[in-house]
Design a protein around this ligand. Structure first.
Ligand code: NAP
Length: 309
């Protein structure tokens, strides 16, 4: 039986692994489909303390994994199919195999939000993408007009990154000011290749007949005017949804699907803890997720210690 199973391998998961490993609990980390989590799809992370020059997101996650493994964390590239929290020890089905655990730390993070407009789903991987760092350098996007949708830090980051490849990067936002942090917003709007399109929404991705992205249909939300913007790529950066489907009906989630901790990092099931973006709709930073992973690990360690007294 495992003492601690950690579901997820982003900053929250690896930090929880580091702390529980150093507490000699030999945690098992189930990485999920995207080992390292969303941060591995970012380019340079400039706001993780300790890296004055910035650090590549993939490298940061690899370093966290190595650090946790150095103290005895074990990694399984498994995907959890179901959990049974109805009695302890808890049972998880991971790629068809049963894993039994005294405690579980949920650190499943979040996934990209979709626009839900016609053509978006059909043209995914044919010009529609949710990750500039993953796809921006593709030949289809080189020296072509591109569009980024969103007004937060992610949208700014994507737009800045795409200036390396596109001929022009349109930034479509539904309001007339960016939500992004001031430094990111200023840097983005000052870039000569980035052209903001304010108060506007993408209402359709074209062209299904061509089976490729050729343009987006735009609607000005103030005037109602519609227009067609020719582009070769659509980069959607409109936020995230928590990866918590697995836990519906098993622990308390809020109306948007975020896990609601009840006591520190503990959920309403004693022995099940939570950390990171799957429980955080406010801060959503790598460093806050890492901090929450630390807290969940300490809570799990104390929970196990109290039982064994
Ligand atoms: P976010 O801050 O939630 O911003 C999402 C943006 O998408 C908002 O501008 C929002 O518009 C827009 N939006 C949401 N739903 C939409 C829809 N259906 N149609 C059109 N637009 C829509 O998300 P994020 O940019 O992914 O950032 C998430 C968190 O990660 C933030 O805390 C951010 O600071 C952090 N982050 C940090 C960095 C960094 O520091 N390097 C990089 C990336 C992300 P409204 O503004 O009108 O709501």
């Amino acid at each position: 039986m495992e003492k601690v199973v950690i579901i997820g391998s982003g900053p929250a998961g690896w930090t929880a692994a580091l702390y529980t490993a150093r507490a000699q609990l030999a945690p098992l980390v189930l990485t999920g489909k995207q080992p390292g989590g969303l941060l591995t799809t970012t380019s340079i992370v400039e706001n993780f303390p300790g890296f004055p020059e910035g650090v590549d997101g993939y490298e940061l996650m690899t370093r966290m994994q190595k650090q946790a493994e150095r103290f005895g964390a074990r990694t399984s590239f498994g995907v959890v199919e179901s959990v049974d929290f109805s009695s302890r020890p808890f049972t998880l089905i991971v790629d068809g195999e049963k894993v039994v655990a005294e405690t579980v730390i949920i650190a499943t993070g979040a996934s990209h939000k979709h626009l839900g407009v016609p053509g978006e789903h059909e043209l995914e991987t044919k010009g529609v993408t949710y990750c500039a760092t993953c796809d921006g350098a593709l030949p289809a996007f080189r020296n072509q007009p591109l569009v980024v949708v969103g007004g937060g830090d992610s949208a700014c980051e994507e737009a800045m990154y795409l200036t390396r490849f596109g001929s022009v990067v349109h930034l479509v936002h539904r309001r007339d000011s960016l939500r992004a942090s001031k430094i990111m917003a200023e840097r983005t709007l000052a870039h000569p290749k980035i052209k903001p399109i304010w108060d506007s929404a993408v209402t359709e991705v074209l062209d299904l007949k061509a089976d490729n992205v050729t343009a987006v249909k735009l609607k000005n939300l103030k005037t109602g005017a519609e227009s067609i913007l020719p582009v070769a790529g659509v980069f959607i950066a409109i936020g995230h949804v928590p990866n918590t489907d697995l836990f519906k009906g098993k622990i308390t989630l809020d109306e948007n699907g975020f896990v609601v901790p009840q006591n520190g990092t503990m959920t309403d099931i004693p022995g099940v803890f939570v950390a990171g973006d799957c429980a955080d709709h406010i801060y959503r930073q790598a460093i806050t997720a890492a901090g929450a992973g630390c807290a969940a690990a300490i809570d799990a360690e104390r929970f196990l210690a109290a039982e064994n007294q």
